[in-house]
Design a protein around this ligand. Structure first.
Ligand code: SF4
Length: 220
């Protein structure tokens, strides 16, 4: 037997527990084995049951991009696609679209970390992603790989500040110390990407936030 099968089973068990914890916290939650299955879940189990969805937007998320749903929404004329992160967009235009995204009917995003007790933990530079997660869009779909699951809030915040943020800084070529040291220096840089935290303990209203947990390591 290869290592992959036991690893998959291990994560199925853990992700099932996280799914139950999320449901206890008023989130809808789904499991998928890979991004392709996540796409099917989103199309057949979530979108098929949502009414009056016209304006669709997204926060910056590699996990969401990995599902292929971006192309599905973009190419479907039934949706008005608001994409703050369209390639080649100037910062000013991107920021304006980020504002418009907060009034979308449906908002796709990822998640920096997710605790075993079913709490979503995120940290933003602009705040557009955590804003949309918290209030504005009528429906939110969060896509998260198994690597985002952590035991508790403290570990979540450590992971975000000392792992996800430095990698994001390197990815976006920001002039912040963490891009050089690979750990958080709690900088005062004008390009600091860590400005607004959210700890989403419950979905309000119930079911507004739907989380798709994927049994693969995805995103950062
Ligand atoms: S606070 Fe500054 S140094 Fe720390 S992770 Fe964020 S951008 Fe990097």
């Amino acid at each position: 037997m290869t290592m992959e099968a036991p690893r998959q089973t291990y994560w199925q068990i853990r992700l099932n527990r996280v799914k139950e914890a999320l449901q206890h916290n008023n989130f809808e939650a789904y499991l998928a084995e890979d991004p392709a299955q996540a796409k099917q879940v989103i199309e057949n189990e979530i979108l098929a049951n949502l009414k009056n969805v016209r304006r669709v937007a997204r926060g910056d998320s590699l996990s969401f991009e990995g599902t292929g749903m971006l192309e599905v929404i973009h190419n479907n004329a039934a949706y008005e696609w608001i994409d703050p992160f369209e390639a080649g967009l100037a910062d000013e235009k991107s920021y304006e679209r980020g504002r418009q995204a907060l009034l979308a009917d449906l908002f796709f995003t990822g998640c920096n970390a997710l605790t075993e007790s079913g709490v979503l933990v995120n940290l933003d530079g602009w705040g557009n992603r955590v804003a949309g997660l918290t209030f504005g869009p009528r429906h939110v779909i969060v896509v998260a790989g198994r690597n985002k699951v952590v035991p508790d809030l403290e570990t979540a915040m450590f992971r975000i500040k000392n792992y996800a943020a430095p990698i994001n800084a390197i990815r976006h070529k920001t002039k912040t110390p963490c891009a050089k040291t690979a750990s958080c220096e709690d900088c005062n840089s004008p390009e600091r990407i860590c400005n607004a935290w959210t700890i989403t303990e419950k979905s309000f209203p119930k079911g507004r936030i739907q989380v798709v947990l994927i049994n693969e390591d995805l995103g950062i």
